[in-house]
Design a protein around this ligand. Structure first.
Ligand SMILES: Nc1nc2c(c(=O)[nH]1)N[C@H]1C(S)=C(S)[C@@H](COP(=O)(O)O)O[C@H]1N2
Ligand SMILES: [Mo]
Length: 214
């Protein structure tokens, strides 16, 4: 067994004991890249994040405006539906909860869901209540560096488990759009790319909601 393999096995034993390894998952120390195969090259200067739909007023935040927003640093355990989990990943970025609190985003009374759209044509949906949780972030930094291009530069949505907060709902990693360009707030839920293609709409990692029953 190589050093890396034994390190991984020790981690896996510890994380399982700590109750942090969801059923059917195993530990990876690498950071696999999973997507539709298109890696858009985005110039931050021309990037913008649009928030539209069931909101009092549509907003567009360019890179400079985005970078002036308050940020949070969050440590997340990432769970991918393809069965790898990566623990204690460090992200910095903007919390949608903070944007709502500051009145920058004003969801209409009937707003219930959010469709995240990305520059490669990908989309994924989440309940608005989940997007407002502490474990959902519009991240512009990973591990103290700008997000690597293949992981979503300049800004990606990321969602994972908060170590020590097992009761916070945590879906699989596909529920965060890399190269994010807009958040569409909607009243009626609308499935995204994988949700239309057989994956579970809620996607709770702890409950192993991988595929839809339909
Ligand atoms: N824009 C975009 N975001 C995406 C995807 C994609 O194809 N395009 N794939 C999703 C899937 S299926 C997974 S598992 C994660 C993988 O993130 P990673 O490549 O940083 O590991 O990104 C999610 N976000
Ligand atoms: Mo995935």
């Amino acid at each position: 067994m190589t050093d890396e393999q034994s390190l991984r096995r020790n981690d896996e034993r510890r994380l399982r004991l700590e109750g942090r390894l969801p059923p059917g998952q195993s530990v990876t120390l690498k950071f696999p890249v999973l997507d539709l195969g298109i890696h858009p090259e985005i110039d931050p200067e021309s990037w913008e994040l649009r928030v539209f739909g069931a909101v009092e007023q549509e907003i567009r935040l360019g890179w400079e405006a985005f970078r002036l927003l308050p940020t949070r640093k969050v440590t997340l355990d990432l769970h991918c539906v393809t069965r790898w989990s990566k623990f204690d990943t460090e992200w910095e970025g903007v919390s949608v909860q903070d944007l709502v609190k500051r009145g920058l985003i004003k969801p209409l009374a009937g707003a219930r869901h959010v469709v995240q759209h990305a520059a490669d044509g990908y989309a994924t949906n989440l309940p608005l209540s989940v997007v407002l949780q502490d474990n959902y972030l519009l991240a512009h930094r990973y591990a103290g560096q700008p997000i690597p291009p293949e992981h979503g530069f300049p800004v990606r949505a990321v969602i994972g488990a908060l170590p020590g907060a097992p009761d916070v709902f945590t879906p699989y990693l596909w529920k965060g759009a890399k190269w994010i360009t807009s958040l569409e707030i909607v009243e009626e839920d609308r499935p995204g790319f994988w949700e239309k293609n057989g994956y579970h709409n809620e996607a709770c990692a702890r409950q192993e909601q991988r595929y839809s029953e339909r």
